[in-house]
Design a protein around this ligand. Structure first.
Ligand code: NAD
Length: 357
């Protein structure tokens, strides 16, 4: 396969971890005889410094003409001034909008050998393997909002709004993913209070019943989900939910495995390139030291192969290589618990060596 992949290293540790993601993709290309062409573009703080814009037009154009985008992270203290005309995060929001990415997909997997790094007990976290689908472009973050006078001063409002089509497309995506896994889909809402949730429930129930009869479907109220996620996380396979609930639950879920440096994410649309990135930020406290954990970005590269290039065996090869490297006892400092650690590029090379076996 020939594929064009855009790299957006961004700021802080972004360039360090994206370099390792690219190394893994190159190793896959060699092993499976594909040709990946890479184009590196600016986003975030470094783009503001170079062009005045957090997402230069050239970056948008390159992404739109690619099959997939691998992003590091954006932001850092240098660009934190609240009076600044533009901020690095604006680049992220804009690229998601430009590529019409409506689903954020986040796997939460507990690695057996790292379970003791979790803030929860081993017997709760062991074996956790969840795939979150969070709707990304609708809901209360995008509905009508404003302020108006009120006898006490002011009142402010935000509107949660979804339509049938928005619910259908992400439900289908999540149900399809469940079919390839343990065939269980949990839809999270607040249907006892919110009209929007009642529409979510009707639509997603219908889609799964009519189109995915082999998928077991359950609904859970978001408040119950917040508890179940930390009391019995193993009972979930695929979870689908709207934007605000997903924002909160995916961060709660991210705490389960115990290390930010291990978790990838993907943002997908109906067609066109997907955007793949680690869930962590630019980690300015460790940037330039060569100690960042590149595994989240390497696992994001695996998601890229799976979701944008339909290269499932290649994706699994990367995931197996990461498993093997961890099982062999190799750790970056964030997951080493004080024991001996390897550098960012050594960790990347260990994964490549596993891929080449
Ligand atoms: P962060 O994720 O960058 O860092 C939190 C802590 O985790 C830090 O101690 C950091 O050293 C550590 N950490 C993160 N990734 C790591 C890795 N791969 N290996 C080892 N340790 C790692 O979050 P923060 O400190 O709140 O934010 C720093 C900057 O990143 C801010 O400017 C923020 O706006 C930005 N940010 C960007 C994104 C993104 O680009 N998607 C996401 C979150 C935060």
């Amino acid at each position: 396969m020939d594929a064009k992949i855009v790299l957006l290293p961004g700021d802080g540790i972004g360039p360090e971890v994206v370099a390792e993601g690219q190394k893994a993709l190159n190793a896959v290309a060699r092993k499976f005889e594909h040709r990946f062409t890479f184009e590196t573009c600016l986003i975030g703080g470094c783009a503001i410094d170079a062009t005045g814009s957090a997402l230069p037009d050239a970056t948008t154009a390159a992404c739109k003409s690619s099959q997939a985008v691998l992003l590091g992270a954006v932001g850092g203290p240098k660009w934190d001034d609240p009076r600044a005309k533009t901020r690095p995060e604006a680049g992220l929001l804009k690229i998601r909008k430009e590529l019409q990415l409506f689903a954020n997909v986040r796997p939460v997997k507990a690695y057996d050998v790292l379970v003791d790094a979790s803030p929860l007990k081993r017997e709760i976290v062991e074996g956790v393997d969840i795939l979150f689908f969070r709707e990304l472009t609708g809901g209360i973050y995008f509905g009508e909002s404003g302020r108006r006078p009120h006898p006490s001063g002011e009142e402010a409002f935000n509107t949660m709004i979804y339509n049938t089509a928005e619910i259908e497309r992400i439900t289908r995506m999540a149900a399809r993913a469940a079919q390839g896994r343990r065939k269980k889909l949990t839809q999270v809402d607040k249907a006892n209070v919110l009209e929007v949730s009642r529409l979510w429930r009707e639509v997603s129930q219908r889609i799964v019943r009519d189109e995915f009869p082999d998928v077991q479907y359950e609904v859970l109220l978001v408040d119950a989900m917040a508890m179940h996620l930390i009391s019995k996380p193993r009972s979930f396979d695929v979870i689908v939910t709207e934007n605000l609930f997903g924002d909160i639950l995916t961060d709660e879920g991210a705490m389960l495995p115990g290390s930010m440096g291990m978790l990838p994410s993907a943002s997908l649309g109906s067609s066109g390139p997907g955007l793949y990135e680690p869930i962590h930020g630019s980690a300015p406290d460790i940037a330039g030291k060569g100690i960042a954990n590149p595994l989240a970005t390497i696992l994001a590269a695996a998601m890229l192969l799976r979701h944008s290039l339909a290269l499932e065996s290649e994706a699994r090869a990367i995931e197996a290589a990461v498993d093997n490297v961890l099982n062999a006892g190799h750790r970056t400092v964030d997951i080493a618990a004080g024991a001996k650690s390897v550098s960012t590029s050594e960790m990347g090379s260990l994964v490549v060596a596993q891929l080449e076996m």
